[in-house]
Write a protein that binds this ligand. Structure first.
Ligand SMILES: [Zn+2]
Length: 159
């Protein structure tokens, strides 16, 4: 077995955005919510979650993520994908809040994302604030695509 290859192996990145203690690793995934008809209600929780998850989704794609998918759940949303390393994973973890901040002016809560980011950065030499700035930069330069992903997620319940 080639260990160098193993180390370079794709890291599975799993993110949750949920409300309260039910969110986080180990939680049984709920049934995805259905489609929404009509215009996007930008004041709804569904829209806020869609933008947050679209931030994870778009930045993961931008960083070469494979198999990236996301969906809405009754109490939040999830994005799954595979990335090349821990630094990219941390940046993707912080991209949800970076996206949410652009529509609400604040980061909102997502303690799970923050914990994932800190864990992924351990031993990499990249600081949390460096990763956060990079997440903000990527969300900002891809904002049009993030919004269009968010609309798709809002309408279809999945992306
Ligand atoms: Zn998140």
């Amino acid at each position: 077995m080639n260990h160098t290859l193993l180390l370079g192996l794709i890291i599975l990145v799993v993110f949750w955005l949920g409300s309260g203690s039910k969110s986080g690793p180990g939680r049984a995934s709920g049934r995805p919510v259905g489609r929404a008809s009509g215009a996007v209600d930008t004041r709804s929780e569904r829209w806020g979650t869609s933008v947050h998850e679209a931030g994870h989704y778009r930045v993961a794609k931008q960083l070469g993520g494979r198999g990236v998918h996301g969906w809405l759940l009754p109490d939040g949303g999830e994005v799954y994908g595979r990335l090349n390393d821990g630094v990219d994973s941390a940046i993707v973890a912080l991209a949800g809040r970076a996206a949410g901040r652009r529509i609400s002016g604040r980061y909102g809560h997502s303690g799970h994302d923050e914990r994932v980011a800190r864990q992924m950065l351990r031993g990499t030499g990249v600081s949390y604030s460096q990763a956060r700035r990079e997440a903000e930069r990527l969300v900002s330069t891809n904002w049009g695509a993030v919004k269009s992903d968010a609309r798709r997620l809002y309408r279809n319940g999945r992306i």
